[in-house]
Design a protein around this ligand. Structure first.
Ligand code: UDP
Length: 330
């Protein structure tokens, strides 16, 4: 079990975590997925062992860390529904913040000093300038974003006190599916735009509701920067390699630097699927920022990240393929 290339991947059975496990395996590491399977899927764990446990369970963490002696941790495990976090903030602070604290203390006690953390552009709140750079003020507008901001602060403090180096990756909107068709997005409930649009195109969902068309954007709908999940996964491996070669802690945005409105996503999906996508207009969703687009030049410059699937069409195409082959998910 002890292998100098073990990487503990919390949330390794989830959407982004499972793609990271595949990327790790391809890069010669052994991903050890650590997942409570509340949202993760056993079938998404294909490139290493699965430890079925919660990050807030110190005993199980201790056991996994002693058994596998990972050289680093990739920390994805979190609740990530913005709307739910507004309605039930306690759930988010308990799971995301308290759970991450338990993980960090366990890592400290086991002498594991490298962590790659899955953060989010939701930590910025409403942008003052777009595209957003890493030094943009962080004023989250929902408890999910706050929970990730608090974890970022904990990482800085643990680094200062214990020398635990971190790479913090602030994702914009993760989307798409493994181009080889082995993995894809399967959330229950699904709240993300692209899978919902494709669900409506496939006739699985009656219609897509556009959450507000009165934003201060060119077509009135919210703008997001969609990034392919495989490009995200590869960025985690680059972060890991940087930490392995002694790089200091850093924070990076991960997006494509191009924003697409909800209506533009619908148009692209219509083109790719060739299907009718029934839509209706609904009210704004609480906690939504009008426009989130990232400036990712720092990770391109410092870690040599090169997004390969960086067009909305490629993102929707891979997602559509997954959708068609796995209409019921995993
Ligand atoms: N959205 C929408 N209808 C839906 C789901 C999402 O209009 O059924 C919009 C949402 O308001 C946001 C964008 O699509 O502006 C992306 O939302 P998603 O939940 O995919 O990601 P988020 O930006 O919240 O992380």
């Amino acid at each position: 079990m002890k292998n100098s290339k073990n990487i503990l991947v919390t949330g390794g059975a989830g959407y982004i975590g499972s793609h990271a496990c595949k990327a790790l395996s391809r890069a010669g590491y052994t991903p050890v997925a650590y997942d409570n399977l509340i949202f993760g899927h056993r079938a998404a764990v294909k490139w290493g062992p699965l430890v079925e446990a919660d990050i807030a369970d110190r005993e199980k963490l201790d056991h996994a860390l002693s058994a596998y002696r990972p050289l680093a941790v990739m920390h994805f495990a979190a609740f990530a529904y913005v709307g739910e976090s507004v309605e039930n903030p306690g759930k988010y602070y308990r799971n995301n913040v308290a759970g991450s604290l338990c993980l960090l203390e366990a890592l400290r006690d086991h002498g594991i000093g490298r962590i790659i953390f899955s953060s989010t552009c939701a930590t910025y709140g409403v942008p003052e300038t777009v595209p957003l750079k890493e030094d943009h003020p962080q004023r989250p507008i929902n408890p999910y974003g706050y929970s990730k901001t608090v974890i970022e602060q904990m990482l800085k403090d643990f680094d200062a006190a214990h020398g635990m180096r971190f790479i913090c990756l602030r994702y914009f909107n993760a989307a798409g599916a493994d181009p080889e068709g082995e993995l894809g997005e399967d959330h229950d409930p699904e709240t993300h735009l692209i899978p919902l649009v494709l669900g409506a195109a496939a006739g699985k969902k009656e219609r897509l509701t556009i959450f507000g068309d009165d934003y201060d954007t060119p077509d009135g709908t919210c703008i997001r920067d969609y990034i392919h999940v495989e490009d995200l996964a590869r960025a985690h491996v680059l972060g890991l390699k940087a930490l392995e070669s002694g790089a200091p802690s850093s924070i990076y945005n991960l997006g494509n630097g191009k924003g697409f409105s909800v209506k533009q996503v619908l148009d692209a999906a219509l083109e790719i699927t060739g299907r009718k996508i029934p839509v209706q207009l609904g009210p704004r969703r609480p906690g939504d920022s009008p426009c989130l687009v990232g400036d990712s030049r720092k990770i391109i410059r410092e870690l040599g990240w090169r997004p390969r699937l960086n067009s909305l069409d490629k993102i929707i195409e891979t997602s559509w393929r997954w959708h068609q082959h796995h209409p019921e998910g995993f």
